[in-house]
Structures are given as structure tokens and as C-alpha cells.
Design a protein around this ligand. Structure first.
Ligand code: NAD
Length: 294
């Protein structure tokens, strides 16, 4: 049976390390990190995510500002709000919760965020810096995975890492991070996607398999090499009448049978998910301490 890579526990450790640093900053009379989040519209999942981020800020002692805008807001108005926050010296980090309504260009809004405050790591400047292996705000989910590999001392050098999915927020940056010269990194990386032929043959050669495909329980035991490290990024709600909530969460990996074969695996829930918020808080701390752009 595989070692469980516990993202819940690790994220709590990171949050208490951040809270400790905030106490030191306060004791030194420094400025407490301040995160601003912009939420457009009333999408239920987006509200839940933003609320969780604001609550996490409170828990570590950060200040936070939530700017809520109607889904009828114009692109111009939203760009103006971003610009105001860019210029506000009180605010260290800014995130714009996605998705945005169809009439607003995500590219334009992302590009408007000052790279120094882009704690989601989505601007071209930060993606480029990450790819160059320069100091950068790395997007929260890939950064969370890197931190899990590090804290569980997973050997990555010379290993074959297969990433399933090439999204801008998970698969693509993950492939770059695993190939870069450093630890975790120095892996030989194969990035697979919807046009990949013979996916299963490729995944069976993976020492480290990172799955961000967005299909419930897609990866089964026969796709996994014995002893592989399996990181499951997927999150799906499925109906479950035995639960009070009426649903339970599953990942992109068929956990039970894959855990029998893997050497280490992240569960869903409690794996990659909780690390995302911890990474965002960490990036905000870096922003407040001017550790990325100097
Ligand atoms: P996405 O839908 O943007 O990308 C999915 C990728 O899978 C695409 O690049 C596509 O090419 C690839 N793909 C589709 N079918 C394939 C196939 N048959 N074979 C190989 N590749 C195939 O998804 P995403 O935003 O990267 O998210 C992936 C999953 O991770 C989702 O379940 C999402 O909810 C979850 N997610 C979780 C977190 C977290 O914090 N834990 C963060 C982001 C996303």
C-alpha cells in the first residue's frame, strides 16, 4: 500500500509557518501582508473558493479585501478596479477569481495585473520568469505539488515524469517545473494531452505520474507502473446519498486500486486541493516582503 501524501496536514504546517512569520513582522513593526481578491458575479463555486481564500488570510493574520462586482460590469470598469489596486500601496497581492463573464477578456484582465502583485502567477511576466527558473510567483496548484514532493522527499532527478493535461494553470507549468534544473525537478518529462496516442503505454513508464485531466477516475491501476508516485489534481463532486451533503469528492485517479500499486499517492480530498490556498498565502507573503521582484 502506498504512502499517503497528506496535503491537508502539509498545508496546515505551511499556514502555521506563515502565521509565525506574520507575528514576527508585527513584532518588528512591519507591514502585515494584504491580499485583494476580485470576484465578478455570483457563481457558487467561485464564491466558495474566494471565501476560503479570505478566511485563510484571516487565519494566518493577513489583511484581505474582497471586491465584489456584478456580472454586468464592463471590461473597462473591471480594468479600472485592477489598475486602482495596482497603484494602492497598502495592497501586496491581487487575484481575480476565474472564470469571468464571456464579455470580459481574461487575457486583458490578467495582463493588466501588475506582475509584482500577481500572486496567482498567471501574468506573462511570471509565467516567463518561472520558465526561465528566475524568482517568480508560481501558480498555486503547481507550486503546491512541488512543495508536496519536496516535503515528502520524493526523488525526482533522472525520473520519468508523465503529466496528463496541458492546461495553463496546472499541466503546462507542472511540466516546466519538473524539467527545470533544481529540486524538485531534473526529471525527464513527457507532457500528454487530448491528442496523445497510446496514453496508457506512456503512463506505464512513469516514475512520477501527475494527473490533471479533469475526468473522474480516469487513471486506473493498469495505467500505472508498480512503485510510481501518483499526484491526483482532479476534483469532482459525485452524488452520494450516504453523505449529509449528498455528494462526495473524487479525483482523476481511481484511488483504491492505484494506491495498491503506487509507492506514494495524493488522496482526494486532502491531497493537492488544500495546498492551493497555502501556496497563494505563501506567494502573498513573498509579495509583501518583496522577495520576488526585489
Ligand atoms: P482542463 O480541462 O483545463 O485541462 C484538461 C487537460 O486534459 C487538457 O489539457 C486536455 O488536453 C487533457 N486531456 C483531455 N482528455 C485527454 C485524454 N483523453 N488524454 C490525455 N489528456 C487529455 O483542466 P485543469 O484546469 O488543468 O484541471 C484538471 C482537473 O484538476 C479538474 O478536475 C479540475 O477541477 C482540477 N483542478 C484542481 C485544482 C486544485 O486545487 N486541486 C486546481 C485546478 C484544477
Amino acid at each position: 500500500m502506498a504512502i499517503l501524501i497528506d496535503g491537508k496536514k502539509t498545508s496546515q504546517e505551511i499556514q502555521s509557518e506563515i502565521a509565525g512569520r506574520v507575528s514576527e513582522i508585527k513584532a518588528e513593526g512591519g507591514k502585515v501582508p494584504h491580499l485583494a481578491a476580485i470576484l465578478v458575479g455570483n457563481d457558487g463555486a467561485s464564491q466558495t473558493y474566494v471565501n476560503a481564500k479570505v478566511k485563510a488570510c484571516e487565519q494566518v493574520g493577513f489583511e484581505s479585501t474582497l471586491v465584489r462586482l456584478e456580472d454586468t460590469v464592463s471590461e473597462e470598469e473591471l480594468l479600472k478596479v485592477v489598475e486602482d489596486i495596482n497603484e494602492n500601496p497598502e495592497i501586496d497581492g491581487l487575484i481575480v477569481q476565474l472564470p469571468l463573464p464571456n464579455h470580459i477578456s481574461v487575457e486583458k484582465v490578467t495582463d493588466k495585473i501588475k506582475p509584482e502583485k500577481d500572486v496567482d502567477g498567471f501574468t506573462p511576466s511570471n509565467v516567463g520568469r518561472m520558465a526561465l527558473n528566475w524568482p517568480a510567483y508560481v501558480a498555486a496548484t503547481p507550486y503546491g505539488i512541488i512543495e508536496l514532493l519536496k516535503r515528502y522527499n520524493i526523488e525526482t532527478s533522472g525520473k520519468h515524469c508523465v503529466v496528463i493535461g496541458r492546461s495553463h494553470i496546472v499541466g503546462s507549468p507542472m511540466s516546466i517545473l519538473m524539467a527545470r534544473n533544481g529540486y524538485p525537478g531534473n526529471s525527464t518529462v513527457t507532457l500528454t494531452h487530448s491528442r496523445t496516442v497510446n496514453l496508457s503505454e506512456i503512463t506505464q513508464t512513469a516514475d512520477i505520474l501527475i494527473v490533471a485531466i479533469g475526468k473522474p477516475e480516469f487513471v486506473t491501476a493498469n495505467m500505472v507502473k508498480p512503485g510510481a508516485v501518483v499526484i491526483d489534481v482532479g476534483i469532482h463532486r459525485i452524488a452520494d446519498t450516504s453523505k449529509k451533503s449528498g455528494f462526495r469528492l473524487i479525483g482523476d485517479v481511481k484511488f483504491g486500486e492505484v494506491a495498491e500499486k503506487a509507492s506514494a499517492i495524493t488522496p482526494v480530498p486532502g491531497g493537492v486541493g488544500p495546498m492551493t490556498i497555502a501556496s497563494l498565502l505563501y506567494n502573498t507573503l513573498l509579495a509583501a516582503e518583496k522577495k520576488v521582484y526585489g
